[in-house]
Write a protein that binds this ligand. Structure first.
Ligand code: F6R
Length: 366
């Protein structure tokens, strides 16, 4: 049932070219320049006209929400707030006429997310769900939504569900922006075409697994890790750190790269590995100077770089190349090496990767 892989987690990481394609199947037709989300059809106008979107979720699903925040704001120019469901529900959240709440949950059974949905509903919000499990409690509690169609996720650490969530949220943002008219027809078509190329690009990253394994071997016994990224790669840094914590039990923190100088830089020395997502996007130059700050303090840097980058390999200790991707779609590709890195480190430490201690696949307690 693990399809020849040692663990479900590894199988699910390697399934991503297919699960990402499945989450777009029947929805994206780049050649015709069309995008359809059946479950949102009756609500697309409301989404496009909304004054504010509140995204709620927990853990990895919350990280997918942070990625979506950038994309919705950039393409659809709708203000977005991303909240931990567990915090949202214990405040007296402000919901106004025309606000949309998007609840993200792989399992569709997370107690905090479900309670937050009920609260938002009681205040008159329209709730969209982004769930992986059809028929789940959250899917049933929402007014509309889009399933992620990633297939069953068995490994406790979420991998393919995350990339499917980001894919579906990107489609929602594209559909809203297209309807609203904030996205040009040419960029709309370009992004649809780029989306269709993502599975092949993820496949290309998976081919670097052996190299990532070698890096994991070198850092197996590190006691701490820092993950840095900017823009859309900031939530990816958080997600990389969460994966490492969950399955290897190594303390790891994710930060927006520029925030390092406001405190965490004090932690940097030769015993502090720093994973930096340093792809050639609009914040590349800035990230390079953040790397210089780490190197000046003898931190050891593992950088995720765009293929063909000739500058960073000479500056950092290790590089992992990923293919060039449109900025907006970067997280779908840049998260994959981080999933693999945490997987191999956990395996080398002899951890129970698929069922880490103290964790359950769905958290139905509050
Ligand atoms: C991370 C992880 C958890 C879940 C969180 C939300 O790998 O598995 O952080 O992401 O418990 O779960 P869902 O998405 O099922 O609501």
């Amino acid at each position: 049932e693990k399809g020849g892989f040692d663990h479900f987690m590894l199988k699910e990481i390697f399934e991503q070219p297919r699960s990402i394609a499945d989450s777009m199947r029947g929805r994206v037709k780049a050649e015709e320049g069309t995008l359809q989300l059946g479950g949102l059809r009756d609500y697309l106008d409301k989404l496009a006209k909304s004054k504010r979107i509140v995204i709620i979720g927990c853990g990895t699903s919350w990280h997918a929400g942070l990625v979506a925040e950038y994309i919705f704001e950039e393409l659809a120019r709708i203000p977005v707030e991303v909240e931990y469901a567990s915090e949202f529900r214990y405040r007296n959240p402000i919901i106004k006429e025309g606000d949309i709440v998007i609840a993200i949950s792989q399992s569709g059974e997370t107690a905090d997310t479900l309670a937050a949905i009920e609260l938002a509903k009681s205040k008159g919000a329209i709730i969209f769900g982004v769930c992986n499990v059809v028929g789940s409690s959250i899917a049933r509690a929402t007014h509309a939504g889009a399933f992620t169609h990633a297939g069953p996720e068995i490994g406790v650490a979420s991998t393919k569900a995350f990339t499917a969530q980001v894919t579906v949220l990107t489609l929602m943002a594209l559909a809203a922006a297209h309807r609203k008219g904030t996205l040009s027809e040419s960029l709309f078509r370009q992004l649809l075409t780029e989306l269709e190329s993502i599975p092949a690009k993820v496949e290309q990253v998976l081919q670097a697994a052996d190299k990532i394994k070698e890096i994991a071997y070198i850092f197996t016994y590190a006691r701490n890790f820092i993950y840095l990224g900017r823009g859309l790669n900031f939530p990816v840094a958080l997600e990389g750190a969460l994966k490492l914590k969950e399955i290897s039990y190594i303390h790891a923190e994710g930060y927006p790269a520029a925030e390092m100088k406001h405190g965490p830089i004090a932690l940097i020395d030769e015993d502090m590995p720093v994973v930096v997502i340093a792809t050639q996007d609009s914040s590349y130059e800035k990230v390079v100077s953040n790397i210089q700050e780490v190197k000046a303090r003898k931190g050891r840097v593992i950088a995720v770089v765009t293929e063909g980058d000739t500058h960073l390999p000479g500056m950092v200790d290790f590089t992992i190349e990923i293919p060039r991707v449109h900025d907006i779609l970067m997280p779908l590709v840049s998260v994959v090496p981080l999933q693999l890195l945490s997987y191999y480190i956990a395996v080398m430490r002899g951890r129970n990767v698929d069922q880490p201690r103290n964790l359950a696949k769905s958290v139905t307690v509050e």
